[in-house]
Design a protein. Structure first.
Length: 378
């Protein structure tokens, strides 16, 4: 347990102060850091240039200046990211990559130009018609722009070899994280919902190879622990993200563990590998059409409901918790479809509204308590 606790403590230091972690990387390596807005970002290209890709998923902060750019009905991730930008929190980044899979991100990209002109922005558009060759070609051309920008920032050419090496680092990270969520589900007495989230989140502020080797160590330590049957209820989280931490603590307080997730902030980022091939940019572009079950990706067959049912069954979960990011249109569009499918499969579903600036978790406490009681009575 000593080793497990040491890894958790080290990752906690990173997550508690991402700015320090980024500065330490820059000092140690002499390289730059680049921000990556949600949800998907070709981090491998950034990594191949020796640059640290940094996840920019908002955070808890008092909102005031961001109201100049966003109405109150914008999601809290982008409101807080804008607040941080206006307060100079991101000034140590050489650039930010801004994808545009939803309307709020589209306007965020435009707003950034006047809100934080000191930090270069690199827009990127992921095509919705991803499964046709033209979609792959188009996405590859978008990635060319990111590659060129990273070469300008680093002053170095990104070779095919470097890009393919970075893809290998990221595929190894994805495989390791899939192993981690499985190992964590076998040790719910150790990996509480907040610790699970922390270990996944730390990867946003660490070089992926370093994060992966720490996670491998943690997994082997976890596997060496005696198995203890978890006495509480097991849930699967779905949605964009499950924050703040006080919310995750409520699950543990009500004898509930997170046994798997379908969160954009967590498993959706590592459940699909980049396919094999020779041309690195093309490989990255071919990963996009392989992704499924995400509200931000065009999916005419709407597979998310069945995917959730499969995750619940595979993990013998007792129910699903939808972490509905307040004012997130793409998630709101998906919800009625998968709710019906979960209902038909007899899987209990809790709808929880997520707002990073939630002043108190009291409202969520009552809902989580009632859900726990309902699961107990089943
Ligand atoms: S939470 Fe929803 S609305 Fe906000 S950036 Fe993500 S997809 Fe867009």
């Amino acid at each position: 347990m000593e080793k497990i606790n040491a890894i958790i403590a080290e990752m906690n230091t990173v997550v508690s102060s991402p700015k320090k972690a980024v500065s330490a990387f820059k000092e140690e390596t002499g390289k730059e850091a680049v921000g990556c807005l949600p949800v998907y970002c070709p981090e491998e290209i950034v990594h191949a240039a020796g640059i640290l890709p940094v996840g920019m998923w908002g955070g808890q902060t008092a909102l005031s200046k961001s109201h100049t750019y966003f109405p109150a009905f914008a999601c809290s991730i982008l409101q807080s990211a804008m607040e941080f930008a206006l307060n100079g929190v991101y000034d140590n980044l050489a650039a930010v990559i801004i994808p545009a899979p939803c309307d709020t991100l589209k306007s965020f990209g435009q707003d950034w130009i006047s809100a934080a002109p000191q930090v270069r922005s690199i827009p990127i558009v992921y095509p919705q018609m991803s499964r046709i060759e033209e979609g792959v070609e188009y996405l590859k051309s978008e990635f060319e722009i990111v590659k060129k920008a990273m070469e300008e920032i680093s002053g170095e050419t990104i070779t095919d070899e470097a890009l393919n090496n970075s893809i290998a680092v990221y595929n190894e990270y994805r495989k390791t994280m899939r192993e981690f969520v499985k190992a964590a589900a076998e040790h719910l007495e150790i990996i509480t919902p907040a610790i699970r989230h922390l270990l996944i989140k730390a990867a946003f502020f660490m070089e992926k190879g370093k994060h992966t080797s720490m996670m491998k160590e943690l997994i082997s330590e976890l596997k060496a622990q005696p198995k203890v049957e978890y006495k509480g209820k097991k849930v699967v989280l779905t949605g964009i993200m499950a924050e703040p931490d006080s919310l995750l603590d409520l699950f543990a307080q009500n004898n509930m563990a997170v046994v798997a997730d379908d969160l954009a902030h967590e498993s959706r980022l590592f459940r699909t590998d980049v396919p094999d091939g020779e041309d690195g940019l093309e490989r990255l572009a071919r990963q996009w059409p392989l992704m499924e079950g995400c509200s931000l990706i065009y999916d005419p067959q709407k597979k998310r409901g069945q995917m959730l049912i499969d995750i619940v069954r595979e993990n013998r979960a007792d129910g699903v918790v939808l972490c509905m990011m307040k004012f997130c249109d793409p998630e709101e569009f998906d919800y009625p479809i998968f709710r019906k499918e979960l209902e038909a499969a007899g899987i209990p579903l809790l709808y929880l509204e997520i707002d990073q600036q939630m002043p108190s978790a009291e409202q969520a406490r009552t809902r989580i308590q009632s859900f726990a009681e309902m699961l107990d009575s089943m």
